[in-house]
Structure formats: C-alpha cells, structure tokens
Design a protein around this ligand. Structure first.
Ligand code: BES
Ligand code: MN
Ligand code: ZN
Length: 489
C-alpha cells in the first residue's frame, strides 16, 4: 500500500473511493461540498438524507456513484463537533475510511479531512489510522478467506508537503505491527528463544547493540527473582538488552523495560479454567511493546540513547518449579516470599529494573500485563500509570494523549505496602485483593532506588476481544506510539 500527500484538490481527485469528513450538524452542503455534490449529481446529499447522517463521531456511510463520475464510491465519515476536533478523531476517521474502502473493494482511496494542529500532525494521525486499520495478521492461516482486493494507494487530500511525516508515521506503525504480531503469536510459536532471535534480527537490521544474558549469566548477577520464575520451564530464560545509541552525545538516556512472560500458567498457583489461562500468550505484551519501540526508534534515529530490556521466560509447572512460599533473593539483595507463584511478572521485572538502574539512565519506564486488578479498575481500554515522579508521569500522559492511547495515573499509596510485609523475608510478592494493581506497583518500586521511574500496567489494552464490538480485535500494539512520542519529547 502506498500513502501519499497529494496536491490534487478534492474536486479534481479521481479514483475508486473518495472519503470526506463531515462535522456534526454541519451536513448542509456549502462551498466545495456543494460543488462536489453537484459533480456527483446529488448523490452526496441523497446519501446524507437516506442514512440520516448527522456527522456524529464514529458514524459513516458509503454508496456507489453514477457511472459517468470520476469516482466510483463516496464515503462520508462523521467527525463530531467541530470545536471538539482532536487528532484522534482524524485517526479514527481515516481508519473508518480505509476499512470501508476495503469492504467496498476499492483499490484507490482519496481522503479529505479537515486539519488539526498542522498538516504534519494531521497526516501522521491519518496515516496511523489507515495503516493500523488495514493491517491483518494472516501468518497462521493456511488459506486466506476470499477477501477481495487490497487498497493499493491512499491519497491524503489537502496535506501537500507532509510526505516526510507520512514516512515517519509508517515507520512507527511498523513497530506497532511487530508488537501486535509478537503478542498474537501463541506460546508454542513465540518463546524465550524466538524472542531472543527477534532481538537479534532487530539489532542486525538497525545496527543496535545486543546483549543476551543466558541463565548462567543471570545467576552470576544474582537474578534470583527472575530465575525463580523461570525454574519450571523446559525452555531457557533469556534476558534481553538492546541499546540504541545516537551519533554524538545523547540529549538524554532512557530505559524501557517490558514484562516478557511468553506464557503464564500461574505456576503451582495454577490458573483455573475461566481465568483466561488460554490468553496468557499475551503476557509478553510489555516485551512486545518494547520490541515494537525498538523497531520504530531504530528507524527514526532520535538524539536520545535508549535501552530496551526484557527478562523473558515462561511461568510453568513441573517437579522443579518454585514452590508457593519459597524465598527468592533478587539482584539488589532484597528477599521475597513468593506467597503466590502467579504474581510472577513483578518477580521478573524486579531483576530487570535493578539491571536498568545500573545503566545510569535519566528515567526508566516499565510496561507490563501485570494485574487483572488493573483491568477491573480501568477496563479494557485504559492503561494504569504509576510513578513517584510527577514530571515523568506528565511526560508519559502527554505522550499517550498525542498517540491517542488512553492512560490514567493511579496512586502509589505507600500505606498499602503494609499488605506486602512478610514475617521472615523483606516482602511478599502478593498483598490482599483490594488495591491489587497498586500493591503490584509498590512491589516494583522496591527495585528502583533513585532513578525517575514509571510503571504502566497494560493488562487491559494489550488485547481486544472479538466479542467486544471493536473494529480491530486481537493484539493492539498498545504503547508503542506512546513510548516513541515519549522518547522523542
Ligand atoms: N499476567 C497476569 C495478569 C493478568 C491477568 C493480565 C488477567 C491480564 C488478564 C499476572 O501474572 C497475574 O497472574 N496476576 C495476578 C496477581 C495475583 C496473583 C496477585 C492477578 O492479577 O490475578
Ligand atoms: Mn501470573
Ligand atoms: Zn503474568
């Protein structure tokens, strides 16, 4: 698929489908829209009337245009109230246009939407919308269902000069798609070994430094928490560290840490049927987002040094599994009573955070499908954000807003650490049920000393169920665009 900013005005554009955006209660056609309607022999006003189209956000309609017309189909997408126009409105409108064009078997699509902020920001949002809406993961299908032709070219009308922004948006999307593919791949296909191979391929492609610590290396570093989780798996754990270094002195140094459980059975505190155990291939979503960010940053080449880290393993059961109640010692010397083997993500992250802090970076952000409690609190669309550093929290909130990815800051209520107090060890890995996402964040905090740090729980937005009524079910690639915006900020 080709996406380009065309200099052709809306009224002169020719192709299979023309998509236009209309604001709420502004469906009276005036100016160029009236001319377009005239050119299409009144098809536009008929479509608006017949479908009772009101321009509400997320509404759309399409129809065939008379055969003598320079376009075959007309698509209208609602933009909501003009005073509430946001980049995300345009992202969604472009996505809807792309999906409808595909459904209507159109190979060429022209999209004409109003501008928000400036041409580059508008083109970026639209490119993301189209690219991510039309991406379909058919890697595991032996046969493709009859799905019609693909959209081959997309012209963004009225955004001439933003081709550079489009190219950059597509690089970021390639990272989002990688994250989706890693998360969607099942645990018999995406393993610690294949994750290490993916890291190698990324490092090679973009000329990045790669360090993979094997089990023995992790033992030497005293990563008892990570290795405790890895004990029962027949697959070797892989501690992955990829480094992007800009030319010259970096403006700042950052670390991104992703939870990398290629499968979470719960361990001996085995997940029961109905707990969603069959979905626990997505428990490496944090690592998937991290690798997606590697792919984007590797192409964008910002003036910032970034370390990408994931302690990758499975949480399994076997005769050499860690026992519920075992004491583990993390690489910072802290001891942990594992009162629940299913709270494994925080154990792997503990050693990853200690490792990240030794790199002397300016800030550390971790992403993790950490708790069901966060999904209960914020639902499937919104990630939870915890940080003792308000400045870092604000940076991430702004980066997420720009990306159109929903995030909500949650309290790091110190008092709740009481719930993690252990009798003989420094702490337990699990507290009481209430505030479970908060105690998880407080647990992680024990493994970062002075570096500004933030934790993002992506257990909800990592995946969209097919039954939820969303347009793009499956792995979302949530977080890649937020991370990229943050690194560039
Ligand atoms: N990977 C899960 C969290 C999770 C659960 C993500 C459901 C998405 C959907 C994590 O390792 C886990 O099992 N957490 C437990 C913690 C509990 C034992 C304190 C949970 O949330 O139930
Ligand atoms: Mn678990
Ligand atoms: Zn888990």
């Amino acid at each position: 698929m080709e996406i380009k900013a065309t200099t052709t005005p809306q009224l002169e554009w020719t192709g299979d489908a023309l998509a236009i955006g209309l604001f709420e209660d502004a469906t009276e056609l005036t100016g160029d829209m009236a001319k377009l309607n005239e050119m299409l022999a009144g098809t536009l006003s008929e479509l608006i009337e017949e479908t009772e189209f009101k321009g509400k956000a997320n509404s759309s309609a399409s129809t065939r245009v008379g055969s003598n017309s320079p376009i075959r189909k007309i698509i209208i997408v609602g933009l909501g109230k003009s005073e509430e126009l946001k980049l995300d409105t345009l992202r969604q409108a472009a996505a809807t246009s792309g999906r409808l064009a595909k459904k209507e078997r159109c190979k060429t699509l022209g999209i004409s939407l109003p501008m928000c902020q400036d041409a580059n920001a508008t083109a970026t949002a639209m490119t993301e919308g189209i690219e991510l809406a039309l991406h379909k993961d058919n890697r595991f299908k032996s046969e493709l269902e009859n799905q019609g032709p693909d959209v081959e070219t997309v012209d963004l009308i009225g955004l001439a000069g933003s081709d550079e922004a489009i190219a950059r948006a597509r690089q970021i999307c390639s990272g989002v798609i990688l994250a989706r593919e890693l998360v969607a791949a099942p645990a018999n296909s995406c393993t610690p070994i294949t994750m290490a191979e993916t890291a190698e391929a990324l490092a090679k492609e973009f000329g990045l430094a790669l360090e993979i610590l094997e089990k023995e290396d992790c033992e030497k570093l005293g990563m008892g928490a990570f290795l405790g989780v890895a004990k029962a798996s027949d697959l070797p754990p892989k501690f992955i560290h990829i480094t992007y270094k800009p030319e010259g002195t970096p403006r700042r140094k950052l670390a991104i840490v992703g939870k990398g459980l290629t499968f979470d059975s719960g361990g001996l505190n085995l997940k029961v049927s109905g707990s969603g155990i069959e979905m626990m291939k997505f428990d490496m979503g944090g690592a998937g987002t991290t690798f997606g960010a590697v792919k984007a940053i590797g192409q964008l080449k910002p003036d910032v040094e970034v370390h990408f880290i994931s302690a990758v393993t499975e949480n399994m059961i076997s005769g050499h599994a860690m026992h519920p109640g075992d004491f583990l010692t993390a690489s910072n010397g802290k001891t942990i009573e594992v009162n629940n083997t299913d709270a494994e993500g925080r154990l792997t992250l503990a050693d990853a955070l200690v490792f990240a802090e030794k790199l002397e970076v300016d800030a550390i952000v971790d992403l993790a499908t950490l708790t069901g409690a966060c999904v209960v609190a914020l639902g499937n669309d919104i990630a939870g954000l915890w940080s003792p550093n308000d400045d870092l929290a604000a940076q991430l909130t702004a980066a997420a807003e720009k990306a159109g990815e929903k995030i909500w800051q949650m309290p790091l209520e110190e008092k709740y650490f009481e719930g993690l107090k252990a009798m003989h060890a420094d702490m337990k890995n699990t507290g009481p049920r209430p505030g479970g996402a908060i105690t998880a964040a407080l647990f992680l905090k024990q493994f970062v000393k002075d570096t500004p740090w933030a934790h993002i729980d992506i257990a909800g937005p990592v995946w969209i169920d097919a039954e939820s009524g969303y347009n793009n079910p499956g792995a979302t690639g949530y977080g890649v665009r937020t991370l990229v915006n943050w690194v560039l900020s």
